[in-house]
Design a protein around this ligand. Structure first.
Ligand code: MG
Length: 239
């Protein structure tokens, strides 16, 4: 039986891959952008190797950039093309890639099927609901994606880290901002997120209880208070 997390007032969620399934959209976006980059480089007579090789390199590089907390996709593409091929791509090309990428993400994103029923359950239990999500690197884009999935109405407050506050997760600043906005202390809040290094680490630093929604096989030394596989399991641990 799972250990219960009791006497909390608020449940704060992460957005991407916690409430919304965006991994596939991001993969598609990266693939479509990579095709454009491949054509661009070939057009310049660059030896890129096969598309598969290029795509693999791009994926690896984007992971490294994202882990540094850089979310502006224009910077991603610039860095990839410059780093791998020593070519400085024009700004309008970078913007075109970013648009292709985010259009794919927007088109493919959907809520996890237990997201709404879990939010309803928590509301009925009189929990205050909040969200802390990192910026997409383009101002307002994250808010637009949240709105598109009709999620806004469920939350008492949403913090877009990197926009509403300068720092992104795992800095504790965005976590502390939401507690202030909700008029609560961190120890009264439970944070629910899918990323151990970003969500669990940041929320822990801020003093919140933490629940990891484990959607990957990432192993880490950081220990959340609870680990669940799907959102619906929150019902068993949040009383
Ligand atoms: Mg996430």
């Amino acid at each position: 039986m799972k250990k219960k997390i009791t006497s909390k007032k608020a449940v704060i969620f992460d957005f991407d891959d916690t409430l919304a399934k965006t991994r596939y959209g991001k993969e598609l976006g990266l693939k479509l952008a990579s095709i454009k980059i491949y054509d661009f480089l070939r057009g310049k007579g660059t030896n890129t190797g096969s598309f598969r090789d290029l795509y693999r390199k791009i994926r690896k590089t984007t992971c490294q950039i994202e882990n540094k907390g850089i979310y502006n996709r224009n910077i991603w593409w610039f860095f990839i093309i410059k780093e791998l091929f020593k070519i400085s791509p024009p700004k309008n090309f970078l913007e075109e890639l970013t648009e292709i990428y985010w259009n794919a993400v927007k088109k493919k994103s959907e809520l996890y099927k237990d997201a709404i029923s879990t939010l309803v359950y928590l509301k009925n239990k009189k929990y205050i609901l909040g969200m802390v999500t990192d910026t997409d690197g383009v101002k307002e884009l994250k808010s637009e994606r949240i709105k598109k999935l009709n999620l806004k109405k469920w939350f008492n407050f949403i913090v877009v880290a990197g926009e509403d506050v300068r720092q992104t997760k795992p800095d504790k600043a965005p976590f502390l901002l939401i507690t202030r906005k909700l008029n609560l202390k961190p120890h009264q809040c439970i944070f629910v997120g899918n990323n151990i290094y970003v969500d669990v680490l940041g929320a822990k630093k801020a003093g919140m209880a933490t629940v990891l929604v484990k959607r990957d096989n990432c192993q880490a030394k950081i220990k959340p208070d609870q680990v669940i596989k799907t959102l619906v399991e929150l019902k068993k641990i949040v009383l």
